[in-house]
Design a protein around this ligand. Sequence first.
Ligand SMILES: N[C@@H](CCC(=O)N[C@@H](CS)C(=O)NCC(=O)O)C(=O)O
Length: 202
Amino acid sequence: MKLFFAPGACSLAAHILVEETALSCTLVKVDLASHKTEHGDDYTKINPKGYVPALQLDSGDVLTEVGVVLQYLSDQKKDLHLMAAAGTLERYHQMEWLNFIATEVHKQFSPLFRPDSPAQTKEQHTKILGRRFDFLSDHLAKQPYLAGQAFTAPDAYLSTVLGWSHHVKIDLSPWPRLTDYLARVRARPAVLKAMKSEGLIK
Ligand SMILES: N[C@@H](CCC(=O)N[C@@H](CS)C(=O)NCC(=O)O)C(=O)O
């Protein structure tokens, strides 16, 4: 398998699961501005949508969309319980989290990264994120991870996007449960390994 990633992007969530599962997977860095891989190949030939992540299977098939890539990786090592079994209510709740993170958290950050976003747009999105953080903080008052007592795939995704806060100058200190959660997830050896390998930490 090959995981196409950009350092610190949402592809980090998939990279974390590659480390958690210890699956055999080659990491290929993509320059999102030029759409070239680190080997000089045209990335749009792999993922015509142009964005990361993309997971190329040994068969040549390519899976895209964070929530799907995370489920695929989790399903390769079922004994790790990174996702519950397909068809169970627990699985649907985890998919609910993946969808919530993708649409209600990840995509609310996107305009904050764009240098040409008007100040008013940035303010609106920061406000929406604040409401999402309130909800997440209330949820994490009941349990240490999104789906309960154990780390699962949605935590790889949420920790990745929460980690963007300081880049876009959102102070997480009003949500101490979220800063505690981030520290808890980032203490995992697989998360540290993925972050180190992307050059995000020393
Ligand atoms: N819907 C996509 C969104 C992926 C996405 O937003 N990727 C960003 C990095 S976090 C990216 O590659 N942006 C560059 C671009 O859109 O050209 C998914 O779930 O995978």
